[in-house]
Design a protein around this ligand. Structure first.
Ligand code: MD3
Ligand code: FE
Length: 216
């Protein structure tokens, strides 16, 4: 007996422009979700999820892992990308083929040809976890987009403007939704509200978010 997740066929992906430079590709990763989650399990077996500490000494509420040539880390010394996992001293796990393929096709669907991410940050949210408004600015080339993939429990995403003072807009993101941020949207402030408890057939109590980046 296998789990029937969508009857006959997965829902067709749809394109929702958000703001200039950003699009939500609803359901874009749905058909590949199980493959992606299996690959997350493989990455996490080599680079286990951990709660990193910010330079201010606070543990992040989302647990993180990384794969690809570079991983994003935070510790008492700051925020940066580096080649090795600070917990093990080893190279980050390879980027799974399924990750690369999805990131490339999503970027292309949003109008960014030839996106070749060298880093994937995997965030795992448990009930109560959130991510405050921030900018992603540890990458070298802001002309490269960021591709984000949501899996598991839904969450409310919020994005603001180029200044923290701009009032953010809320967008729900669910299982299989992909967002591509490029051009003038690349430096917008963004974050997610607190994850509400729930049970997802594929991820149980969690929401996973993959962000594909060109760090160097
Ligand atoms: C808009 N993650 O890991 S994904 C992050 O749901 C991060 O885990 C959130 O913000 C999450 O840095 C949001 C959507 C997202 C990712 C990167 C962006 C939106 C973005 C970069 C620029 C603008
Ligand atoms: Fe971010």
């Amino acid at each position: 007996m296998t789990l029937d997740l969508f009857g006959d066929q997965p829902p067709e992906p749809t394109v929702e422009p958000l703001v200039e430079g950003a699009v939500v590709l609803r359901n874009f990763a749905l058909a590949d979700a199980e493959l992606l989650l299996e690959a997350i399990g493989t990455v996490a077996s080599e680079a286990p999820f951990r709660h990193m500490r910010t330079p201010g000494g606070h543990a992040m509420s989302a647990a993180m892992s990384c794969c690809g040539m570079l991983g994003w880390v935070t510790d008492s010394r700051g925020y940066r990308y580096q080649e090795h996992d600070p917990e093990s001293g080893r190279a980050w796990p390879d980027m799974p083929e399924a990750f690369l393929k999805l990131a490339g096709s999503a970027a292309e669907a949003a109008g960014f040809e030839g996106f070749e991410p060298d880093a994937c940050l995997i965030n795992r949210y448990q009930p109560g976890a959130k991510m405050g408004l921030h900018q992603d600015k540890d990458e070298e080339d802001f002309s490269q987009p960021i591709v984000s993939v949501s899996l598991g429990l839904p969450i409310v995403f919020q994005f603001g403007g180029l200044k923290r003072s701009e009032r953010p807009v809320r967008v729900p993101l669910g299982h299989g939704d992909v967002v591509v941020w490029g051009g003038p949207a690349r430096m917008r402030y963004h974050g997610v509200l607190t994850l509400k408890a729930g049970e997802h057939p594929l991820t149980g109590p969690y929401r996973y978010n993959l962000t594909f980046r060109r760090a160097r």
